[in-house]
Design a protein around this ligand. Structure first.
Ligand code: PEP
Length: 254
């Protein structure tokens, strides 16, 4: 597939996989994806598996991501994980503002922006998630919601930091539901976000930023979604938990 930006496909394992299960999955992914060079591949296990998985991916094309990070560097923040701790395990990417964290942990755009700055300060790359709910889409508010989330979640980033940030457009109604955005809906939202980035930063930054699509990506719909001009990869939940599915998504995207 001839793309303007290199695709980045990340598996968000969420709260799944013990260490032993994580290592089994990595073993299979390394076999399935050994020859893939065309796509940046990222796996985001739970924190408890980062140590072992970091060793297991050393000799592979799989890069490591975390599912969240504290906006603070150190200290009295019970239950939180700091950048320096992730860096011990060669983590490169950090998912921020996933809709599950926005919904269940009540993470705000302002908090996500603070986290994004902390991620960059540690020379890691954030994957910042945005996306509308079904009610917001049905009310015709998709662009308004995306505008607000993108502006506020990326507030304070420099052009250089923005260029190294990955965005993930994840319509909440498509996450874990089996319902995928149509190609037209995905392209429209991605193009809207890119235009907004050009306005907030500049054209060159907007052209560089990779925008992943997330929401029930599976082997059968990956090719069409990844072929869209403003779709630069995928953030995959459920289908990333099984090596064959994740590998087929990657292979169908090349
Ligand atoms: C996600 O949680 O980021 C996601 C896209 O999940 P799923 O692929 O299961 O819809």
């Amino acid at each position: 597939m001839n793309k303007e930006r290199k695709l980045i496909i990340a598996g968000n394992w969420k709260m799944n996989k013990t260490v032993a299960e994580a290592l089994d999955l990595i073993r299979d992914l390394k076999i399935e994806l050994a020859n893939v060079k065309e796509v940046d591949l990222v796996v985001c296990p739970p924190f408890t598996a980062l140590s072992e998985v970091s060793r297991a991916v050393l000799d592979s094309n799989l890069r490591l991501g975390a599912q969240n990070m504290s906006e603070n560097n150190v200290g009295a923040h019970t239950g939180e994980i700091a950048a320096v701790m992730l860096k011990e395990f060669s983590v490169r990417y950090v998912i921020l503002g996933h809709s599950e964290r926005r919904q269940y942990q009540k993470e705000s755009d302002a908090l996500i922006a603070k986290k994004a700055l902390a991620v960059h300060a540690a020379a890691l790359k954030p994957i910042v998630c945005v996306g509308e709910t079904l009610a917001e889409r049905q009310a015709g508010h998709t662009e308004e919601v995306l505008d607000t989330q993108v502006r506020r979640s990326l507030a304070g980033l420099s052009k250089e930091q923005m260029a190294e940030t990955v965005l993930a457009y994840e319509p909440v109604w498509a996450i874990g539901t089996g319902t995928t955005a149509t190609a037209a809906q995905a392209q429209e939202a991605h193009a809207f976000i890119r235009k907004l980035l050009a306005h907030m930063f500049d054209e060159a930054v907007a052209r560089r930023v990779r925008i992943q699509y997330g929401g029930s990506v599976k082997p059968s719909n990956a090719r069409e979604l990844m072929s869209l001009p403003d779709v630069d990869g995928a953030l995959v939940g459920g289908a990333s938990l099984e090596a064959r599915n994740f590998a087929d998504i990657v292979k169908n995207s090349i």
